[in-house]
Design a protein around this ligand. Structure first.
Ligand code: ADP
Length: 226
């Protein structure tokens, strides 16, 4: 489903963020990408989302070379990928319900679909009781659960969670990872980036380790090792 072939990324200031990165991810996998801050995890995600171009090599998604996707076709590709960030990125003036509904509106879904799917997906992340709360009335863990609901509501093929537990305590971290696992069990491919050793060890899924822009390990039932 995803293929990085000998990918390098050198930023204009000369920073080498990725060097000779080759990896493939199959549909339905749950893959954690771990490494210290600055290892290149976010750069990898940006290249996959087409937000930046590799300096060398190629990045493909379902056999489509992302660098060759025309600007007008990019939104179609992006709709197939749900993204979750460390800082949640919810709209502050919309309730949990409205944040999720908005993602469906933007994707052109009907009012009927929105009215039936939003409560369902908020129930999946155990937020039914708080769906009328605004972001300022929610805890960090709850905010991230809204963000997950928003990311999955349009049934993407892939969820990318870029350091989703970076702002959370251990209990909330555990809950978020369990929800991502549930999403994966339902068939969605998940890529999780983290520097949190505990998160990855508890999962027992594939772990790709990065260090200074290089993939240094790829363990199927991995342990985090730097
Ligand atoms: P991680 O997500 O693992 O913390 P990043 O991909 O954000 O790592 O960064 C990898 C390296 O690239 C770091 O040395 C970082 O400082 C550098 N970097 C990231 N973005 C830019 C940029 N826009 N310009 C220059 N250097 C950058």
């Amino acid at each position: 489903m995803i293929y990085f072939e000998n990918v390098s990324k050198i930023y204009p200031d000369g920073t080498i963020a990725l060097e000779g990165a080759t990896l493939s991810i199959k549909q339905g996998e749950f893959v954690s990408i771990v490494g210290h801050s600055g290892a290149g995890k976010t750069t990898l995600v940006k290249l996959l989302l087409g937000e930046d171009q590799p300096t060398g090599g190629s990045v493909s998604f379902d056999s489509v070379d992302i660098q060759n996707v025309r600007a007008k076709d990019m939104p179609d590709l992006r709709r197939r990928i749900g993204v979750i960030f460390q800082d949640f990125r919810l709209l502050p003036n919309k309730t949990a319900y409205e944040n999720v509904a908005f993602a469906m509106e933007v994707a052109g879904k009907s009012d009927e679909e929105i009215a039936s799917d939003v409560p369902h997906v908020l129930e999946l992340v155990d937020l039914s009781k708080k769906m009328w709360n605004f972001p300022r009335q929610l805890s960090g863990g709850e905010l991230q659960r809204v963000a997950i609901a928003r990311a999955i509501v349009n049934h993407p093929d892939l969820i990318i969670a870029d350091e989703p537990t970076g702002n959370l305590d251990p209990v909330n971290t555990y809950e978020i990872v369990q929800i991502l696992k549930k999403v994966n069990d339902m068939g969605t491919t998940v890529i999780l980036t983290t520097h949190n050793r505990g998160v990855v060890e508890a999962l027992g899924k594939r772990v790709i380790t990065m260090d200074h822009g290089k993939i240094t390990r790829d363990d199927m039932m991995g342990k985090y090792a730097l």
